[in-house]
Design a protein. Structure first.
Length: 179
């Protein structure tokens, strides 16, 4: 009888370790749109309702939300047009997906277990972890504090840094001054 208890404890401990230490982000080197054994319940199309999480003051429109057939879990999927050479998605894209996790949880009342980021050449599966959620909430808090204080970061124009900056031709007051 004792070996059965020991085996049960060993299996439980192994499962606990596997759940705790499996990667947050996994990658496939191909474009994979959709979720197996699931149906699309939401598509970002013209006239589609904006999803609003009022408690968090967040809103958004994921490209797709899939509902799994068996467990009725919601899985957001976001499609990006660019290609990646590295095996990590852009951090801003990850946070966008995490924001959809929070929105879906508030709007539909179910916490998505994971979501997908689909680039032109790679598909990333991102687990909905407490760490990612906390990082996003901390970042949102900092952004809101910056807006309330009318905070302006100190910027020093630099040709090499400004050349490919995402703020180029948008909000940058230094545009054209970098030499």
């Amino acid at each position: 009888m004792v070996p059965i208890i020991e085996i049960s404890l060993l299996l439980s401990f192994t499962l606990f370790l596997w759940l705790g230490f499996r990667p947050t982000i996994s990658v496939k080197d191909r474009r994979e749109i959709g979720v197996k054994r699931a149906s699309a319940i939401y598509k970002d199309e013209k006239g589609t309702k904006l999803l609003v999480a009022e408690r968090l003051a967040l809103q958004g429109k994921p490209d797709f939300i899939f509902e799994t057939w068996l467990l009725r879990r919601y899985i957001p999927l976001e499609i990006k047009s660019g290609k990646l050479t590295e095996d990590q998605p852009h951090l801003g894209d990850v946070y966008q997906l995490v924001a959809y996790f929070l929105i879906i949880e508030e709007v539909y009342g179910k916490r998505p277990p994971y979501g997908k980021l689909v680039y032109a050449n790679k598909t990333f599966t991102i687990r909905n972890t407490a760490r990612l959620r906390a990082n996003l909430k901390r970042t949102m808090k900092q952004m809101r504090e910056m807006l309330e204080e009318e905070y302006k970061p100190i910027a020093t124009p630099d040709f090499m840094k400004c050349k490919h900056c995402i703020c180029k031709d948008t909000v940058c007051e230094w545009q054209g001054r970098a030499k």
